[in-house]
Design a binder for this molecule. Structure first.
Ligand code: C5P
Length: 223
């Protein structure tokens, strides 16, 4: 019906940071709160979609009406996403760590194990958005990514859309003055094949509802 336009549609959302182990008790992380990704998952569910939220470690509760899969590392996040396919739409809102420790230790590292300076060797993580964007049998019909930029926001986000191969990018200005990181508000630009829409500054919940409505328009009614 009109208030459940995503009924019969399957959606996948990634959210939060990832934790990349150094040893069994230590990890590398980032400051993502998961607020925007969780808000998108909640908004898609509110429009009737069957939503799987693949989330890294956050302090937020699982949104109502959503199947949550809790993961730690980027590799675990990609595996959980793959398990969830096929979907009609994926929104990659997670702040995935670009790097992981190449050879995480099985036992807790002891002080002095590296002399006076311990060197960690890092290796690149898989790019979940780029992987899910790759053409092929299981590609979701609509793939949406985020671009957090501090300057030339739209231009950089357009280049990111091309590079990743996704359909839409939500670009947000995360320069310090905006308070986006960890805050409740967000100023975004929606970049599609057709052009750019700049949305007014609004809450992350409103951005979630706006995106969910656009997704419903783009997918149309389920067969
Ligand atoms: O390359 P960058 O990290 O700026 O791209 C941001 C977009 O790519 C976000 O949608 C983010 O969720 C996604 N991403 C990902 N896997 C990575 C890195 C980024 O899905 N390893």
């Amino acid at each position: 019906g009109p208030d459940q336009p995503l009924k019969g549609r399957r959606a996948l959302v990634t959210s939060g940071p990832t934790h990349e182990p150094i040893d069994p008790v230590r990890y590398i992380a980032n400051r993502s709160s998961g607020k925007q990704g969780h808000a998108i998952a909640a908004a898609l569910a509110a429009l009737g979609a069957e939503v799987t939220l693949v989330t890294g470690p956050v302090t937020l509760p699982d949104p109502p009406g959503v199947r949550a899969m809790h993961v730690e590392s980027a590799r675990d996040m990609l595996a959980a996403c793959r398990e969830t396919l096929p979907v009609d739409v994926v929104v990659c809102a997670a702040a995935v760590a670009d790097w992981r420790v190449a050879d995480a230790a099985d036992q807790k590292l002891k002080k002095g194990s590296g002399g006076d300076a311990l060197a960690l060797s890092l290796t690149e993580n898989p790019d979940i958005l780029a992987t899910l964007s790759q053409a092929g049998e299981g590609r979701p019909g609509l793939v949406v990514g985020f671009a957090a930029e501090t300057e030339q926001v739209v231009e950089h986000a357009r280049a990111k859309r091309d590079r990743k191969g996704c359909d839409w990018i939500l670009a947000n200005d995360v320069s310090a003055a905006t308070g986006t990181f960890g805050g409740d508000a967000n100023t975004v630009h929606l970049i599609t094949a057709d052009g750019v829409e700049s949305w007014p500054a609004q809450s992350k919940a409103e951005v979630g509802r706006g995106l969910a409505a656009r997704i419903a328009d783009a997918l149309g009614p389920a067969a």
